[in-house]
Every structure is written in structure tokens, then in C-alpha cells.
Design a protein around this ligand. Structure first.
Ligand code: GLA
Length: 381
């Protein structure tokens, strides 16, 4: 592209540690070698003009005046970033940019990828230097406070901080993170992406409801334990111990207990997963990812018949170490750690099994294989 700057902002996958970031838990993830490209020039004045190769229409706004209200189109992500940046900085320069997503797959957090790309671009245009974790926080604030999704930091952290051949481990309470290198003894693997063909924004899903259920479970445990309560919205499962939860699990409505069960189980899996990764034990790491998906299905109760069918097809396919729903897992995709020498057979077997149950997705079901990659960055064209 004939623009001055080019940012590549990767998508992310999370093999273990699903749905615990918003409760201040521990998560793991990778940035991958597919993502969003943003080519841009710094504008002479304060206007932003954006076009997308994936979405219709143009987006235009002025960075020097307060961010416009949400408009319900793809431009809201840029406006949300503007709003979060304006709380910290005075912006004077806009950009003229073009966006393109590398694969049309839901569930890989394309929303956080574009948010991080805008943070980097607006910062560049306005000579603002940001630490990587500040970018994570600004992008997250844009999504939570402007877009309205009560999510955690998983997506933005993987996208901004990820590193090729490293597993990111983030503690969403302290915001401490580690990039753990791949053990040289570990067999080679790639990341399979199995897109169900079903797309839906998390804003229309039960995502926020589940977050509220987790907080309710934490609140109930604290109330039973006579711990002084805060507002329910400011309460997180990380604040209660598993022991406390076990004492009261039977006293609370079962749906809240299931959400907490997922949280405590997922925490153990992340801890074990780190050891599995550090010791190069891919079989173990993969098994934990499968167990994480089982808990998402039975305790967290996300998923859809389509995603469950793909996950079950993966379980029966040789060469798959393990996998789970990608991201929130209400629609979108499944991910799997796979043996690269068996990719063709894996693709064939999963496609046949899935489409025999859901032939209506013949045109939209897609399989991709990718590798871990570095986080969002400027690229020399
Ligand atoms: C979505 C959210 C994340 C995280 C995952 C589930 O991707 O944006 O914050 O909660 O779902 O782990």
C-alpha cells in the first residue's frame, strides 16, 4: 500500500485460561501470524478518515473534539480508542487509513486487534510514546467503557505483548506477565483454526450475563463468609478462595456454583499448563486445553451446537494434541494444537465430520493453520 505507515496487529488464541480474565484470574495465550493490517498516513489536521476492505462505508471524525457517541458501526472501535486516549492526552493529528483483516474468522479477537492498531496509530500521529501495557489498558478501556463489553485483558494482552514461540501468561489481578519460551524438547506444533461459519458479536451474546453470574457467585461466598461486601460490579472471584467457595457451593443456586467451579478449575489448569509448557510436554498441555473446553461446556455453559460438534470432531482426530472453543466460544471458531505433519488429514477428517452434521455451513466453514507470532508492530513494506 502507498501509505507512510503500516501496522500489523495479530489475532490471538487462548489454549487454557478461558473466561477467567474478567474475574482477575490467570490466563495464557499466543499472538498468531494472522491479523489486521492498518496502513495510514498522518493527516495535516485533526480529521480521521478510515476505510475497510471488509466493511462497507467510510468513518470520519475529528480527534480534537470530544469523541462522538457510539454509532453502531465498525467505526465505533476507532471512536472508542479516541475516547480512551482523550482521557489521558490532548490529540491534534488525525490519520487517513485503510484496514484489512487477513482471515474472515470470528472468535480470534479481531476487535481487540483493531483496537490495538488504532491505539498505536493515533499515538504515532500525536507523538505519544506508550508502554506496551498502557496500550493494553487503553484498548481495554475502549472496549469496556465505549463498546460496552465487560471483558478482561486477555485479548489485548496477547495482541500487544505476544512473542513468537512464547506462551504469554498473564495474572489479571496484578497485571504481571511472563513470556515463556518454547522448550526446545517440545515436538513441533501448529495452531489449527476451525471456523464454524457462525458469526455473532459478543455484544449480542450471554457474555456480559456470565460475567455478572461470576460476580454474583463471588458476592454470595463473601456474604456467607461475613466478609464486608463491595458493590457487586466491583467484586471478583479472585477475591475468594476455593476453600471458602467449597464451604458454600451447595447453598447457592447451582448456576452460580457452576461458574465458580469453572473459575477454580481453570486456575489449576493454567498453573499446570505452565509446567507442561515449560517441560515441553505438549500432550499434557493439549489435554489441559481439552479439559478447559469441557469445563466451558458444562460449568460455564457457553458454546453452541456447531462449536461443540467441531470440538468433538477434534477429540476423535489423530494428530490433535488438544483444543477448545476460541475466545468467548458462543459462536465463532475452535482452536487446536496440531502435529504439522498431519494437517491435511486433520483438515479432511474434521471437515467431513462437521459438515455431515451441519451441511448448511459448506460455503462458510473454514480451516486455517497458523503459528505463534510477535505482538502488534510497525512493519516496513
Ligand atoms: C473474549 C473476551 C476476553 C475473554 C475471552 C474468554 O475473547 O474478550 O476478555 O474473557 O472471551 O476467555
Amino acid at each position: 500500500m502507498d501509505r507512510q505507515y503500516h501496522i500489523f496487529s495479530p489475532y490471538r488464541v487462548c489454549p487454557i485460561g478461558a473466561h477467567v480474565d474478567h474475574q482477575h484470574g490467570l490466563v495464557t495465550g499466543f499472538a498468531i501470524d494472522k491479523g489486521v493490517d492498518l496502513w495510514f498516513d498522518v493527516a495535516e489536521g485533526s480529521m480521521v478518515h478510515l476505510v475497510s476492505e471488509d466493511f462497507a462505508g467510510t468513518v470520519a471524525f475529528d480527534v480534537a473534539v470530544p469523541a462522538p457517541v457510539k454509532q453502531g458501526d465498525w467505526g465505533d472501535y476507532a471512536r472508542g480508542v479516541l475516547s480512551a486516549l482523550q482521557r489521558r492526552f490532548k490529540l491534534r493529528r488525525g490519520i487517513t487509513g485503510r484496514l484489512r483483516g487477513s482471515i474472515p474468522v470470528a472468535g480470534l479477537s479481531s476487535s481487540a486487534a483493531v483496537l490495538i492498531a488504532y491505539v498505536m496509530a493515533f499515538a504515532k500521529a500525536n507523538d505519544i510514546t506508550l508502554e506496551p501495557f498502557e496500550m493494553v489498558k487503553i484498548a481495554s478501556e475502549a472496549e469496556r467503557e465505549y463498546i460496552g463489553l465487560n471483558n478482561g485483558l486477555l485479548d489485548q494482552a496477547c495482541i500487544a505483548l505476544g512473542r513468537k514461540d512464547h506462551l504469554l501468561m498473564l495474572d489479571c489481578e496484578s497485571n504481571e506477565y511472563r513470556l515463556i519460551p518454547r522448550n526446545p524438547e517440545m515436538p513441533p506444533f501448529e495452531l489449527g483454526i476451525f471456523f464454524s461459519g457462525l458469526t455473532r458479536s459478543l455484544m449480542g451474546s450471554d457474555y456480559n450475563l456470565r460475567v455478572a453470574e461470576c460476580k454474583t457467585a463471588a458476592w454470595l461466598v463473601q456474604a456467607y463468609e461475613n466478609i464486608p461486601l463491595k458493590e457487586q460490579g466491583k467484586t471478583f472471584l479472585r477475591e475468594v478462595s476455593e476453600q471458602m467457595f467449597r464451604r458454600h457451593a451447595g447453598e447457592m443456586p447451582a448456576r452460580f456454583a457452576r461458574r465458580a467451579e469453572h473459575f477454580f478449575g481453570e486456575h489449576k489448569r493454567v498453573r499446570e499448563g505452565i509446567t507442561a509448557w515449560e517441560t515441553g510436554n505438549l500432550e499434557w498441555f493439549g489435554r489441559l486445553s481439552r479439559e478447559s473446553c469441557e469445563s466451558s461446556i458444562h460449568n460455564y455453559e457457553c458454546g453452541s451446537p456447531e462449536l461443540i460438534a467441531i470440538y468433538e470432531a477434534l477429540l476423535q482426530t489423530p494428530g490433535v494434541y488438544g483444543g477448545r472453543f476460541s475466545g468467548a466460544g458462543f459462536k465463532g471458531a475452535c482452536i487446536a494444537l496440531v502435529d504439522p505433519s498431519r494437517k491435511a488429514d486433520i483438515e479432511k477428517a474434521v471437515t467431513e465430520r462437521y459438515l455431515s452434521q451441519f451441511p448448511q455451513y459448506r460455503q462458510t466453514f473454514r480451516v486455517y493453520f497458523c503459528k505463534s507470532d510477535d505482538g502488534a508492530r510497525f512493519v516496513e513494506d
